[in-house]
Design a protein around this ligand. Sequence first.
Ligand code: DAH
Length: 355
Amino acid sequence: MENFDQIELDILNKLKNINDRSSLDLFKTEVFGKKGSITELFKKIVSLDQNKKKDYAAKLNELKQKVEKTIKTRFIEFDQVEINKKLKSEKIDVTLPGRAFFSGKIHPVSQVIDEVTSIFSEIGFSVEEGPDVENEYYNFSALNTPKNHPARDMHDTFYLDHSKELLLRTHTSPVQIRTMLNSKPPFKIIAPGRTYRCDSDQTHAPMFHQLEGLHIDKNINMGHLKGCLYYFVKKFFEIDKVKIRFRPSHFPFTEPSAEVDIGYRIQDGKIKIGEGDKWLEILGCGMVHPKVLKNVKVNPKEYQGYAFGVGIDRLAMLKYGINDLRAFFESDIRWLEFYGFDPLDVPTNYRGLSR
Ligand code: DAH
């Protein structure tokens, strides 16, 4: 009869030396598979003498159970090791503070452009755009600004070539010309955008922003211009009463021309717009010059209207109490954190943490 004790010892020794799950799988087949060592021992039973059968089968069954149990335990061990390994590498520390979410800020200039655009859209103005690099014709000639006009001077204008054909637009007024050449009257547009002049001090930057307005139709007069600007100033500065002064001025592309001042006073170190006895210039405007209309093939006898040009940066400085224009364009993130605006569509629970 087989030495079951020896067989058991051999099997258990082999099992001890197995170190991974797949080797254990293999070993299980070696023992219990179709041609496994224990399976073979079972096959022998039929050929045994009747008197030996019982004892043999009992011992074999006992061996089988022991080996099965040990193999099972080892499987559980390997699984446990695997789980522990996973737990360690995929550990989530729920006590860690959340990762900070920094939301961007909207630059005051972008904010003011949005505000101004929505104010004018409410009264029927649509938005037009023009290129920053303009040619001499749209920027000056078509706007009735002759060759010897001081605005054409090198000290004011960034020219891009020697022939002074290409330049960085000095105002948004060329968008008037482009718009009128592109379609037929009536026109009722605003054009916000970047403008450039050789200038730099506390209130002037070589790049700044303007908003152009143009309204051309039959029977448009200066009363319409006044009404439009009153409406705009009240809405923009969120005040009910406002003092506005139209001061006679000169622009080559308007006749008559005016500069518009708004009344203000200083209260507790802060500027109060709309009241008081001080005046602050905010824009230039006038009735579009007949020569400009002729240049864009609009009959001045049939159509006329007004135009205006506002400094957007100036508006932002006034409304939001910012006193150095140059800081607008220095891209200092701390400045933007302070003076910038939260995007409206950011849900409150996503508000960025402050730096
Ligand atoms: N383009 C002028 C400037 O930059 C501003 C201006 C004045 C625009 C009168 C106009 C206007 O449309 O009618 O100084």
